[in-house]
Write a protein that binds this ligand. Structure first.
Ligand code: F6P
Length: 341
């Protein structure tokens, strides 16, 4: 078989581990040919690809990012591509496509699949917001980076008796903030699923200082927002790719805390540091397993399906099950975290 593979959407540690695994399983075990499509669906639409042999994936397991590149595609362009799905596959001479990506990629993969392109998807995202899989690779790495940042901020915050407001990634879901906040022992965890009251945040900080503690760390997801009628704040508009832009909640909140309490309060925006660099061992293993199972899915003809972790097993689930709704932080997970704040 001739299998195309692409990575699409925001990059994420572990993408190269999937690509490497796909090539090993497909080329070495099945005798397939693998074609790497450059810059995600943009490369598919523009017919840009290169062959991927075993030598081409040598040494990429530990590398962050994606050796194939990634790009966002405007909705119009994607719609046009989908309408020409068969022609695009024929241009590249591929029998099947393995698409690795997050929510947007899975939605596009579903559209191409519906249009007749044989697609198997592999979910990725640091946000861990994809339903139908217990976890996505990349998330563990992001949580490690964010936890280390919180650990480091604690010592400097304590030395200067400051409040540090750490803004972490997570547009609609607070998984990174919840997990890093728990692992790093943050004193406040603010996530999009639970609008916050700035007065409560200030009270928590004030009480800590009153108990003789010398600092406070508040972890806030970039998509967190205040309860209506409390702090006035609005996130940005939706961009050309359908993604919401953000209004700087960390900076705003640090300003509010400083103003209310008269305490030095500093925002730290961790940003893309959470997405860069080498994946953790856990993410490398999950990504490698997903790659293996994606090739098997292609050989079984399980098109329109995606690899998913369920417990300790990798299963195939319909892509549509993953894109129907986002996996948000449920109440019971919040209650566990709240107990240690
Ligand atoms: O979905 C992954 C993610 O890193 C989000 O956490 C974040 O909001 C977004 O991508 C950032 O996107 P970009 O790299 O386009 O700024």
């Amino acid at each position: 078989m001739r299998i195309g593979v692409l990575t699409s959407g925001g990059d994420c540690p572990g993408l190269n581990a999937v690509i490497r695994s796909v090539v090993h399983r497909a080329v070495a075990d099945h005798g397939d040919t693998v074609v790497g499509i450059e810059d995600g669906f943009l490369g598919l639409i523009e017919g840009r690809s290169r062959p991927l042999a075993l030598d081409d994936v040598h040494g990429i397991l530990t590398r962050g990012g994606t050796v194939l590149g990634s790009a966002r595609v405007a909705r119009e362009r994607m719609r046009d591509g989908v309408s020409r799905a068969a022609e695009l596959a024929a241009n590249l001479g591929i029998d099947a496509l393995i698409a690795i990506g997050g929510e947007g990629t899975l939605t596009a993969a579903q559209l191409f699949s519906d249009a007749g392109l044989p697609v198997v998807a592999v979910p990725k995202t640091i946000d861990n917001d994809i339903d139908a899989t217990d976890v996505t690779f990349g998330h563990d790495t992001a949580v490690h980076v964010a936890t280390e940042a919180i650990d480091r901020l604690k010592t400097t915050a304590e030395s200067h008796q400051r409040v540090m407001v750490v803004e972490l990634m997570g547009r609609h879901t607070g998984w990174i903030t919840l997990h890093a906040g728990m692992a790093g022992g943050a004193h406040g965890i603010l996530i999009p699923e639970r609008p916050f009251d700035v007065e409560e945040v200030c009270r928590m900080v004030e009480e800590r200082f009153a108990r003789g503690k010398k600092f406070a760390i508040v972890a806030v997801a970039e998509g967190a927002h205040p309860l209506p009628g409390t702090m006035r704040f609005a996130h940005g508009e939706t961009d050309a790719f359908g993604h919401q832009t953000f209004g700087g909640i960390g900076t705003r909140l640090a300003g509010e805390v400083a103003q209310w309490l008269g305490k030095e309060s500093k925002p730290v925006i961790l940003g893309h540091v959470q997405r860069g660099g080498t994946p953790t061992a856990l993410d490398r293993v999950l990504a490698t397993r997903f790659g293996w199972h994606a090739v098997e899915a292609v050989h079984k003809g399980a098109y329109g399906h995606m690899t998913a972790l369920r417990g300790t097993e990798i299963r195939l689930v319909p892509i549509v099950d993953a894109v129907t709704r986002l996996k948000t932080v449920p109440e019971d997970r919040w209650i566990e975290a709240e107990a240690v704040l």
